[in-house]
Design a protein around this ligand. Structure first.
Ligand code: CS2
Length: 491
């Protein structure tokens, strides 16, 4: 089976959309850090649609991978082309996307990254580096003890010629790139986070300032002043379910395309992007691709993170423990679906500032229907990953708001107990092992090490991990008791 490339495009046929001609993305206007499946199925699709609708070349995307060369080896031999395989109950369609013009691995081409971030043609930098990619401490500040951050502070790579290897942390890559941009007098630029974090634009702004403060004083003050003057960090809320690609997906795509695509991504039909309209210079006409520009993203972010991602995590843990492989199976279990509905109605809704024109219960039902899409094969264990990073932004904010209002968030307590049972037991109801894929996995196991294993000791051991739960939640005996009660049933 030949491999997808500009010379080897699929034959035109119903259900297959071919990429625009190469010229549309030939000139790079966007640098994207963290070019994983989600970016390729979400921002890159919006950007290609915007470039087509506005007939605007100059918004080609150059991707920078953070952890390995894998995506480089998937995309480069394909001239940056890849397919989005869109699946829902009724049908399956394939769209070959051409908006990614090149990709490289940050650790191997540090100088190239500096040149790209310092290029006047680069007007937007976007990020999907996952919650853990921001390397924050429990207070939300840049973790200066993090080895990658410490390396980047110690190695001034903002002057080309200082060696190939680049900065290792995302914040380090951004600041060193902005220093190179200042040196080149390349003008203003927008850094747009597309990660599932509340006020993700403020998070980026704060981390850039933290890094500058940790630099030698004069250098740090100069860089911070330049960033204040020339860099905008708007927030955005992103939404599209993009499960990990499976061999079944690859086989289905090959049958439809007639070529092999090593960079295939799978997605649901739904996609949404709400962006704070605060850009330092030009940007693609994303509104012509269906994105929404607003002055305040926070209500949209909170709605999505707490309703969609909060119920997603609840269904992932309770579903995995019950032996369900996929989110679709879990959400079709009547008990689990009603637990998710209660989480939204009882705990989340009272904490929302509902965006104009949104009917929250209809939104929540649509979310549950999207979860039920059997064609996606979205695995409970995939959503269960990185719980130590996800729980704080998806569930614990809701808990704090309800506790502050004098209520006990019993459904949040159930979701947290589900995560605890997932971590402590590590197996489902049939005894099948459940993988603990989490940057704090060692810390979690260590905390559980001495706990005798009963619900109360497990609750105390895990609630005591301040990197996840802070130090305030344990002050609420009613919440701790609710978690313990649910955990006892689950254990
Ligand atoms: C999921 C998200 O894997 C997960 O943690 O909850 O990736 C979810 O699919 C997206 O946020 C949907 O927009």
């Amino acid at each position: 089976m030949k491999r997808l490339s500009r010379e080897q495009l699929p034959a035109p046929r119903p259900g297959v959309a071919l990429p625009p001609d190469r010229g549309l993305a030939a000139s790079v206007g966007i640098v994207h850090l963290g070019i994983g499946a989600f970016h390729r199925a979400h921002q890159a699709v919006f950007t290609e649609d915007a470039a087509l609708a506005a007939d605007e070349p100059g918004w080609g995307i150059c991707g920078v991978t953070q952890r390995s060369r894998t995506v480089v080896d998937q995309l480069r031999p394909q001239d940056g082309l890849y397919t989005v395989l869109q699946r829902d109950q009724q049908d399956m369609t394939a769209r070959v996307v051409g908006q990614v013009s090149d990709v490289f691995f940050a650790a191997e081409e540090g100088e190239r990254q500096l040149r790209l971030l310092a290029a006047p043609a680069t007007r937007v930098v976007t990020l999907t580096v996952t919650e853990k990619g921001y390397r924050r401490d429990e207070h939300g500040d840049l973790d200066l003890a993090d080895e990658a951050v410490a390396h980047d502070l110690a190695h001034d790579l903002a002057r080309p010629g200082r060696g190939r290897a680049g900065s290792r942390s995302v914040v380090g890559q951004l600041v060193r790139g902005l220093q190179a941009r200042e040196l080149a007098d390349a003008g203003p630029v927008t850094v747009l986070s597309c990660d599932n974090l509340p006020e993700n634009g403020r998070v980026v702004q704060r981390l850039l300032a933290d890094f500058c403060r940790a630099l030698p004083r004069r250098e740090g003050e100069q860089t911070a002043a330049w960033i204040t003057e020339h860099v905008s960090c708007p927030s955005s809320m992103v939404d599209r379910i993009v499960p990990a690609t499976t061999d079944r997906d690859r086989a289905d795509a090959e049958a439809l395309l007639g070529v092999r695509d090593a960079a295939l991504v799978v997605a649901e039909p739904f996609r949404q992007w709400v962006i704070e309209d605060r850009f330092a210079s030009a940007r693609p006409a994303w509104e012509r691709a269906g994105a929404t520009f607003v002055n305040d993203v926070a209500p949209y972010e909170r709605l999505k993170l707490r309703v969609l991602n909060g119920t997603h995590s609840m269904l992932a843990y309770l579903g995995a423990l019950a032996g369900y492989e996929t989110i679709a199976q879990a959400v079709c279990d009547p008990d689990l679906r009603s637990a998710a509905r209660r989480l939204v109605a009882d705990d989340v809704v009272p904490t929302l500032q509902v965006p104009p024109g949104v009917d929250v219960s209809a939104y929540a039902e649509e979310v549950l229907d999207r979860f039920a899409n059997p064609a996606l094969g979205h695995r409970t264990t995939q959503v269960a990953m990185d719980g130590s990073q996800k729980l704080p932004v998806r569930l614990l904010g809701t808990a704090r708001d309800r506790l502050a209002a004098g209520a006990v968030p019993d459904s949040v307590a159930l979701a947290v107990a589900g995560w605890m049972a997932y971590v402590a037991v590590g197996a489902d109801a049939t005894g099948r092992a459940l993988p603990l894929d989490d940057p704090l996995a060692r810390r979690l196991k260590q905390a559980l090490g001495d706990a005798p294993g009963d619900a109360r000791s497990v609750t105390d051991a895990l609630l005591g991990i301040s990197e996840i739960f802070g130090t305030d939640l344990t002050d609420h005996a009613a919440f701790t008791q609710a978690v313990t009660t649910h955990l006892k049933e689950l254990l």
